[in-house]
Every structure is written in C-alpha cells, then in structure tokens.
Design a protein around this ligand. Sequence first.
Ligand code: T1G
Length: 693
Amino acid sequence: MQTVRLAHRGRIAILTIDNPPVNALSAALRADLARAVGDAVANPAIDAIVIAASGRAFIAGADISEFGKPPVAPILPEVLDVIENAAKPVVAAIHGVALGGGLEVALACHGRVASPGAKLGLPEIKLGLIPGAGGTQRLPRLIGAAKAFPIMLGGEPISAGKALELGLVDEVVSGDLVEAAVTLASGLAAKGAWERTGERAVRLTQVDREAFEAQAMNAAAKSGDLPNVKALIASVRNAFDLDFAQALVAERALFTALVADDRSKALRYVFFAERDVARVPGIGPEVKPRPIESAAVIGAGTMGGGIAMCFANAGIPVTLIETEQAQIDNGMNRVAAIYEMSVTRGSLTPELRDRRMALISGAVGLTAAANADIVVEAAFEEMGVKLQIFGALDGIAKPGAILASNTSYLDIPTIAAVTKRPQDVIGMHFFSPANVMKLLEVVRPAGAAPDAIATAVTLGRTLGKVAVVVGNCFGFVGNRMLAQRTRAAERLLIAGALPHEVDAAVTDFGFKMGPFAMSDLAGNDIGWRTRKALGRKAAVADALCEAGRFGQKTGKGYFLYPEGARTGQRDPEVETLIAHVSAQKGVTRRSFTAEEIVSRLMDPMVNEGARILEEGIAARPGDIDVIWLNGYSWPAWRGGPMYWADAVGLDVIVRRLEAQATETGDVSLQPAPLLRKLVAEGKSFSSLKDAAA
Ligand code: T1G
C-alpha cells in the first residue's frame, strides 16, 4: 500500500502521508517518503514540495514496534538528509500531532505551518530514549537550546500557538492548511533562497549556552543517574561544541545505545501494554458502547466526590446522591475545595472550574438517578449497604442504564443478583484519589452484557483513565496481589526486618512509597477492619491497631509523625512491639538485605498474578502490569510485576518461592501451576500475551 500519495497544485508537489492509524514512520513510509521527495526534486515541472498527512496525526514518530529489531534502510536520518538537502524548498503542513520523528521530519523541512489544534513534541525521553534523528541538533538551532532542552527533557507536546511564539512554526493557519503550505513553499521557491535548520547557528549564542548549562545542571541533579537524561545533556551540548554533521553522528550513537538499554525496553513494553488492554477478549469492534450523556454517583464521600469530578472533567453532567442534604453539602464543599486548589496552583482556570462545578449537582434520594445513563455506587464498603442500594436502583434506573459498583473487593454477581437486570451490573473500581489516579478496573461478572463492558471501557477512556477489564474475584487484580505483598511485609517484620528497612528497599526499587508508609497514609484501621471481617490475623498490624496506632491520622502507626509531619520517623516503641511478636512466635530474628526484602515482597505477588492468569481474571500478563503501573505506582522503567519476573527469570522466582514456602510452612507460597509450567517449557509470561488476543 502506498504510504505517500502525490498530488500537484500548479508547480507544487503535495506529498500526503497515509499510514494509519497515526502515520508512524515505518520502514515502508520512510522509503516511500524519501523516494517521493527525490522524484519531486528531479521533476522539472515542480518548483517546491509540501509534506502533509491524512488521518488524525501528522506523524506520531518512529514506529516504536521496530525498535530492537535490525534497522531497515533508509533509517530516518537518511530520509531527513534527503529532505533538508533537497534542491527545492520543502514545507511541512502539520495537523494533529507531530511527535518524535514526526517533528524531526518537520524540522528537516525549510518551513512549517500548523493548524491551531496541532501539538508538537519530542517525547522520546518518556521511552527512555532521546531524539535520534536530529531533534537534539535542529530544534536548538531553530529556537535556541535553552528553549529546546526543556521540551525534550519533559517530553510534553506544545501547542501550535506556543510553537509559533518560539519560532518552531512559521504560521498557524485556521483555514486551508495545505494551501497555506503551498503559498509558503511557492514563496521560498520564488525567492530562490531558503535556510536549512542544520545550518542555522544563530540561536546557539553564549547567552543561550549559559542558560542551557544552568538547566542541564538542574536536570543532572534531579535525574542525572538516568542514562537518557545524561545522553540528552551531552547531545544538546554537542550542538555548541561540534559541527552539525559530527553532532548528528554523535546523537545517533547516543540514541542507538539507549535503544538497547533495559529501562527503554521496559518503557516501550509499557507503551504497547497500555494499548493492548483495550483489546478485550470476546468484545470486538462490532460491540457498540451505549451512549453516556449523564451520570449519577451514589455516595458523596471522598471516592464519590472524586468520581463525580471525573465525569464533570469530561464534560458529562453528574448528580451526586446522598441520603441527607448535609452529606451532599460536605461532598460538594470537598469537590469545590479540590478545584479551588487547582486554580490556586494554576493548573485550572477559574472559567473551567466554574464550568465543571456547574456540571455537578447534588440530590437526596436514589430517585435522582432515574434518568442517568450510568449510575456509579460509591457507598460504604459493606455488602448489606450495596444490596439495599442496587435493589432500590433496579426499580428506579431507566432501562439500559449501566449500574456499576465502585467496590474494591466485594462480589459483583451477588450485587447483580438483587436486580432484574444482571446484564447491566458491573464493577468500576476507581482508585483514590479518583479524580487523579489513572487506573480503572472494569469488573466483568459472567452475566454482564458485552456492550455494558464495552461502555465502561469506552467511558474509562473518555474520563482519561486506563481501563483494564478484570474478572470477578476477591480484590479483583490489584488489591488481590497487594494483599500478598502486605502479608509478605508482615512476615518480614516478624522474621527480623524493621519497617524503615522494608520501606527503604521498596523505594530504592523505584516505588514512590514503601508499604508501611502507604499503610500509615491510608490508615492502618482500613486493613484491620477488612481482616476482622474476613476472620484473618496479622500479629504486628493488629497489635498496632489495638494500640490505636492508625497511622498519620493518629500521629503514629508503623512510624511516628510528630506535629502532623507527613514523613514518618522510626519509633522504638514499634520496634519493641515487633520484637515481642517475634519472641511470642518463637522466631529468632535475623537481618535481611534489600535484595532479599524485594524478592520476598514481589515473588508472592507474581505468584498471585500467575494464579490470576490461570483463573482468567486477567486476560494477559501485560494487563496485570498496567494495573500495577497505573494504580500502585510500580516504576514504569521496570515494566510491571510480570515483566519484572520475566527479567529476573521465572526459574529463579520458582526456586525462591519454594524456599520461602519451606522456611515459613506457608503452602500458599508454593509456586502456582502456571509458573511451574512456564519454567518447565522454558517460557516466560510474555509468551502468554498473544493467548489473550
Ligand atoms: N509507533 C508505533 N505504533 C504507534 C505509535 C508509534 N510511534 N504511536 C501510536 N501507535 C499505535 C498504538 O500502539 C495504537 O495501536 C494506535 O497507534 C493508536 O495509538 C526517531 C526515536 C500519537 C498521541 O512517543 O503518543 O520518534 O493499539 O491508542 O490515543 O527521534 O499514540 O490501535 O493497534 O495511543 O489517539 C515518539 C507515541 C516515538 C508518540 C495518538 N513518538 N504515540 O494517541 O491513539 S520514538 C511517540 C502517542 C521517535 C525519533 C524517536 C499516541 C498518539 P493499536 P493510541 P491516541
């Protein structure tokens, strides 16, 4: 299929890129583009060239799926060389997004026009890379290193307006974009003179360098240990110290080394894993989602308010329902305060705040949910309460409305059974704070209608969430695995580790917080309540709660929080309590290395993940990784628990689990059959990815 279509307007060749879905620069597109530009340059009837694109993107960048495979000629720098050194002017007509290699194509052109909604960026840093086709050289030459470096370091796209202000584009065009590009290209041809970005050094002044060096020092101090940050600094520095051709060669070498880096491999895996979750087994494109134009949320607590904000932020009117007006008022005040904080921080305009607040109304009584297309229940986490609500909703909600519970572990089929519409009853498990956390577990009970699930997945995307469809079980996926880590952390305390050692090992691994600081933050009494409801024991955790040590809210938990401090301090009282529990259990305490702590925490989680896959609760290992990346801040550069297990080696995990099971006598630590099977077959979790396709 031709990925570049040729048309003419007078003496101007218009090359339209057409490589769905987002015009990624595949090997075929690179070859077609180089050839089309070469042909146009050789054609005596052509004075100038416009590069435009069809579909929703100008060019989304290099084809990430090609990384790690042998490069196929022409590589992108060679294509850009053809464009930049063409004997006729080439102008880019940018709509949608010009990202990574897409922006680098535009930078190699001699002029750039953009539509008002276009976004331009170099997001390579987010993939553990740096721009590898001239971005670190051409952008500083065009707009200055001090303005270029933050764009590459942050990886966030800028608007067309900002690009115009910086001099990255020559014109922002509300009308016919291609026509404007033709006009610019014709003008350059008529002048007979145009500038190659690579030849500009005008912006690379001493002042610019000093400003860049200050930024580089900051960046190095914050994340200098990251190989791609180091490489970016070195490559932008080369823009000042080397001539253009040498600097391009140096950039490509730095980029190629990063492509082989494990962090980048993990980040590229995450990129595709987060898109694979949208492929839900048994729900193909023929299953159409139901329209969601209005919502109701039951429960105006922290979760209910946060969920209501998600709808308002997406422009969907939502009714916040409670049993008393006072609770509505509290909920609305909490929501207003959160929006106000965003306005104060400058991340939300007052106008947008007002627009969003106007979309949230409060109402007492379930009848207010009568006209909602979806009702999300976020009431007290107690089955009796849920059954009462859904039983009532069944007679109130309109036919076809989706009835979703935000429960974090209760049984959805039991809830569905009190309605006459089980096919419309699902779980939508938001994570706190709901208006911030990206993860949404869509719980699919056996009786749910496919279009009900498709609706929740589509709605999740509308709400800006990463929606992962999971099966119904206690704790679904994330919390079910978290429970294993929590039990493992308790075991470590009794065996000899201390809270600060466990937390340090976990934060050094890459998590933002360790398990005990997390528990102190969320409230140790939450886990205590769940354990009591399930008749489970945890000697240390229970002893802390019996002593009223619920965490930050009581000034002490696993750690001490003097004067409401947010960072805990070691507490000798807790360490004595822990030693006492060890003695009571006849355990001789010993020290643990950080590596042992990590494996004793993560291996049982991976084992539970294997069971989750065996039971079909998750469709693929990548779904489990996406859940942990977006709901529990697993470090993205480690790919996720299942990706990490593959990197460690499943045979190593199995051996460690067997040793732990023997040492503790806890048979639940015995490796899951799927783990043993994969090891026996010499396979890894990644071999299961396509099984779910
Ligand atoms: N390569 C390969 N596939 C890509 C892709 C890419 N760059 N971008 C998107 N896709 C696929 C994606 O997997 C999905 O596939 C479909 O397109 C729609 O994506 C040399 C080295 C462009 C803003 O990092 O940010 O250039 O699941 O669901 O929400 O210096 O995709 O449908 O089969 O995300 O509308 C730099 C990555 C690459 C941009 C569109 N570029 N892409 O968002 O759709 S490195 C990026 C995005 C590089 C150079 C360097 C987004 C989007 P499927 P989607 P969307």
